[in-house]
Design a protein around this ligand. Structure first.
Ligand code: SAJ
Length: 413
């Protein structure tokens, strides 16, 4: 059976490696982290994907999923390593280049190299291909190169890997077709073919579209607070229009993609990307805006944040708005802050213990377990019954009936 080497066993690389192994390929999963490799071997991975662990077990039992720290000779190479931004908001391509150099040392004629990591436009052909050609082989002539972005939602990865449409950008048509043949073994969605730069840019645009639209609603929420209207009602009514589908305000934008990908476009066109940069600044400014609202609600005292994961029902805190908000509060001697998060290790799990003597609860992440809170009990343990809701998560009138003072981001009060 053909061999596939997947480099980077994170949120995307591991499920991708497992899918190909499940389809019978001889897959080697490579990760530089000994902890990551050991967790996979011991089937102790942190995942919200129940089926993932079962599939890993099966593939390792069938011995067509091997875990290694070394890039091995293969027919296909898939690069799924992180591409974070550095402090200058520029793409950090260290991991992608490291993977390309390691591939170049084992590359053979007619191999196919596929990049899944999110990268700035032009990176495949101007940065990665030259690194691969250090093998002595010529891209397009001796081996194939394609860019194939993923668009899966963490916590639903396996289903979306199989069913979502995929876009494949080849450095030439043959490269795109080689990659399409490979993904067709498990992708049931449509597969669209284009060139590498168009595929790179499309991925960035998908997430930039989301970031800009979230920024619009965050700016509207701030305006609604100023002019005294409820932005959530406005969005509900605006979305009744057959061609309007607004996003929603919140405490900021977290995760490893939405807050990062737009900066790759700004980097490619710094003079032109005004709306994109301004949207990033708006979204990144939301934790501080929430902090200023807290200062207007209580002059001092204990604040409890419900949630620090970047979004509901995940354990990921990358670029998390809740963590940023907690830093503002803990840096202000007038406040003490505690975080309750049922999913993220190292934080309180007992809301009632954490909210003892608190003056304010702030809903930051809409974990579904927060829907079962006993507010009568919370009312008894808090010293002041204040609740701020940054996601329109709770039923404000019910809380007011229970004696809470309920504050909602963007409702003009
Ligand atoms: N958020 C809002 N308002 C909204 C939607 C989201 O404030 O209306 C916030 C969330 O709370 C979170 C952040 O934005 O902090 C990101 O949320 P997300 O739902 O976009 O979650 P991600 O980053 O896990 O997934 C996105 C998805 N991209 C798009 O929806 C265009 C996913 O399909 C991508 O695969 C993923 O980024 C990625 O890996 O690129």
């Amino acid at each position: 059976m053909e061999k596939i080497c997947v480099i980077g066993l994170g949120h995307i690389g591991l499920p991708t490696a497992v899918m190909f192994a499940y389809c019978g390929y001889d897959v080697t999963g490579v990760d530089k982290s000994e902890d990551v490799r050991q967790q996979i071997k011991d089937k102790q991975i942190e995942t919200q994907e129940p089926s993932l662990k079962d599939i890993i077990e099966k593939c390792m039992w069938d011995d067509n999923l091997k875990i290694s720290d070394e890039v091995k000779e293969s027919d296909y190479f898939i690069v799924a390593v992180p591409t974070p931004i550095n402090s200058a908001k520029q793409a950090d391509l260290t991991a992608v280049l490291d993977a390309a150099h390691k591939i170049s040392r084992v590359l053979k004629k007619n191999n196919t190299v596929i990049i899944e990591s999110t990268i700035p436009p032009g990176c495949t052909r101007n940065v990665i291909v030259p690194a691969l050609e250090q093998s002595g082989f010529k891209a397009g002539r001796d081996f194939y190169v394609a860019y194939c972005p993923e668009r899966v939602l963490p916590s639903n990865i396996i289903v979306e890997l199989i069913n979502n449409d995929r876009l494949i950008g080849g450095i030439d048509v043959e490269s795109a077709e080689k990659a399409m043949e490979l993904y067709r073994v498990f992708v049931k969605g449509k597969i669209f073919i284009t060139d590498d730069i168009t595929a790179e840019f499309s991925k960035l645009v998908e997430n930039t579209f989301r970031d800009v639209n979230i920024a619009l609603t965050n700016e509207l929420a701030i305006i609604a607070d100023k002019i005294g209207i409820n932005i959530w009602e406005v969005i509900e009514y605006a979305n009744k229009h057959p061609r309007v589908n607004m996003h929603f305000p919140g405490p900021g934008v977290g995760g490893h993609c939405i807050p990062v990908d737009p900066w790759f476009i700004v980097q490619a066109a710094p003079e032109q990307a005004d709306i994109i940069r301004a949207s990033r600044d708006t979204n990144d400014g939301m934790p501080f805006y929430i902090y200023k609202k807290i200062r207007c609600i209580i002059p001092e005292g204990k604040v409890v944040l419900l949630g620090c994961a970047y979004k509901e029902d995940v354990a990921d805190t990358r670029h998390s708005p809740g963590i940023r908000l907690a830093l503002y509060l803990s840096g202000d001697e007038r406040y003490s802050v505690e975080i309750v998060d049922p999913h993220v290790a190292g934080y309180d799990k007992d809301v009632y213990a954490a909210t003892c003597d608190s003056r304010l609860i702030v809903l930051v992440t809409g974990h579904r377990t927060f829907r079962e809170l006993d507010f009568d009990r919370l009312r008894k343990v808090m010293s002041y019954p204040n609740i701020m809701d940054t996601k329109n998560f709770f039923n404000g009138s019910l809380l007011r009936d229970k004696g809470f003072t309920y504050y909602l981001l963007g409702d003009g009060r």
